[in-house]
Ligand binder design. Structure first.
Ligand SMILES: [Zn+2]
Length: 107
């Protein structure tokens, strides 16, 4: 498909992120039903119980069902099953190989 578009594939970026971090970030997402703003209870605590600080009446934030921890774990299991990949082991440095145009960072 890319060659048909005269756009050859020069590089692939593979992000390997620790599953615990994925689960924490996704399951920490909350959103406001009124304004749509998205929060994360781990990185920008909106208070307890979590409420939107943008809306005047400070409505409680909602967690989407597909952001629930059990759902995220199931999605990761399906990813492993469909790709044959295992959870990454976690180096903590950035790397650039084999050219300077190709970079992959691990978190
Ligand atoms: Zn809001």
């Amino acid at each position: 498909m890319l060659s048909a578009l005269s756009t050859p594939l020069d590089a692939v970026v593979l992000l390997e992120v620790d599953y615990d971090q994925i689960i924490k970030r996704i399951s920490g997402r909350r959103s406001c039903a009124l304004c749509g703003r998205v929060f994360n209870i781990h990185t920008a605590p909106p208070g307890m119980p979590p409420r939107c600080d943008r809306c005047d009446d400070k409505p409680p934030l909602l967690q989407r069902r597909d952001d629930e921890e059990s759902t995220v774990r199931q999605r990761l299991a399906v990813y492993e099953q469909q790709t044959g990949r295992s959870p990454p082991t976690m180096p903590t440095k950035a790397c650039c190989e084999p050219s300077t145009r190709t970079a992959a960072w691990t978190m």
